[in-house]
Design a protein around this ligand. Structure first.
Ligand code: NAI
Ligand code: MG
Length: 369
């Protein structure tokens, strides 16, 4: 960043987004200070249902111009269905960021931690152990099965039919495949699973498979296997230790990226990144969970998903190396220690509040243990 501070827009949003964000920032600031990363944080109150109540829209008309200079957005959660319908709050904010900032990679790590009960067991009926689940799901985030190309004709007649097209472009597919290979190359196991369904979807999926094979030629150090999505989902549950990096088109990736974190315990831990790796636009980092109206106001939400998302942000800022990578790793070690030794929020069986967890993680980041 040429010595200038990285520009970060901070968007707490709604509900527990407003409770976990201060802890995300606490840890972000602690890690940035320790590793000498200069950040300029700008808190934004729009992209929230509170703002909608006053202005009748989720964001100001010039939102894109206001955010354009940012390096990244740290996002809490959006949604308050009691006052604003979910399709309005989501399409009016988060989905605009993903589309208009061309955040074509959706990244979701899923790891089983020591101290977190795992819902999965192995063949002997033994609960899965830390280390047995450690995967990174890379989802295409802009095209594929999620288009608005199509329509209904002859509605209400015998001839009624509906068409919705899937679109895979060479640019769109190649860039997500390449990104996934790059990630796999940098991990210890260097393995990539390509999700497909070329036995059933007999035009586009063989094309996707062939493109994956073509890109694989540039990554001889990465081992690759191709799995049909149906057996792949079964193996997530039965043999999660098989997976390292998994790459998938939009729909398959959507499913896998909820299933993966679900296999590792609580939703309160799962982070995500919506990336524009070209860096033409800001990328967005957010917990997987929503605004949790059922627990909002008691300060009991688990802030770890938010804190881990902030770690992904730091890693992205310095391109997975240098100070940002060190800061990311320090935050992850602090999360691991707190999950192992406590304190814990109620979703993990403890009685600590949101603030206490943020403090405990920040203290460990500062102390370096
Ligand atoms: P949710 O993720 O907000 O909550 C699901 C369940 O998990 C609730 O019982 C909640 O208490 C619990 N939970 C979630 N995060 C937690 C945490 N950090 N610690 C402890 N427990 C946690 O999903 P839900 O209830 O379907 O949606 C609520 C609102 O959030 C809706 O308006 C929805 O549209 C929105 N939403 C927004 C997302 C986003 O901003 N990316 C993602 C998912 C939902
Ligand atoms: Mg989903």
């Amino acid at each position: 960043s040429n010595g200038l501070p990285y520009q970060i827009a901070v968007i707490p949003g709604d509900g527990i987004g407003k409770e976990v964000m201060p802890e995300g920032l606490r840890v972000l600031r602690a890690a940035a200070a320790r590793f000498g990363i200069a950040l300029a944080l700008r808190e934004i109150e729009w992209a929230s249902c509170d703002w909608y109540q006053v202005h009748g829209e989720m964001m100001p008309a010039d939102w894109k111009a206001q955010l354009q200079g940012c390096d990244a957005l740290l996002f809490g959660a959006v949604g308050w269905p009691a006052t604003v319908p979910d399709h309005i709050s989501l399409w009016g904010s988060l989905l605009k960021f993903r589309r208009e900032f061309d955040q074509y990679i959706n990244l979701r790590p899923a790891r089983l931690f020591d101290g977190v009960p795992c819902p999965l067991v192995d063949r002997q009926g033994r609960p899965r152990q830390p280390g047995e689940i450690d995967m990174l799901i890379v989802r295409e985030n802009t095209e594929g099965e999620y288009t608005n190309l199509g329509g209904v004709m002859f509605a209400g007649t015998e001839r009624e039919f509906v068409i919705q097209e899937s679109v895979y472009t060479r640019i769109g597919a190649e860039r997500v495949l390449r990104y996934a290979f790059e990630q796999a190359r940098q991990r210890r196991r260097r393995h990539l699973t390509v999700a497909t369904k070329s036995n059933g979807i007999a035009i586009s999926m063989p094309w996707w498979d062939a493109l994956a094979a073509e890109v694989a030629l540039d990554y001889p150090e990465v081992t690759v296997d191709r799995q049909h999505i149906d057996i792949l989902t079964a193996r997530f549950v039965l043999q999660p230790e098989r997976f390292d990096v998994v790459v998938a088109t939009n729909l398959f990736g959507d499913i896998l990226s909820d299933l993966g974190p679900a296999c590792t315990g609580t939703i309160g831990l799962a982070p995500s990144a919506n990336l524009n790796p070209d860096r033409r636009f800001p990328s967005l980092f957010e917990p997987v969970h929503g605004s949790a109206p059922d627990i909002y106001g008691r300060n009991i939400a688990n802030p770890i998903a938010m804190i881990w998302s902030a770690a992904l942000l730091l890693d992205f800022l310095t391109r997975g190396e240098g100070a940002g990578r060190a800061a990311h790793d320090a935050i992850l070690r602090a999360i691991e220690a707190v999950l192992r030794e406590g304190p814990h929020t109620p979703d993990l069986g403890g009685d600590a509040d949101t603030t206490r967890i943020g403090q405990a993680i920040a203290e460990r980041v500062v102390a370096g243990c």
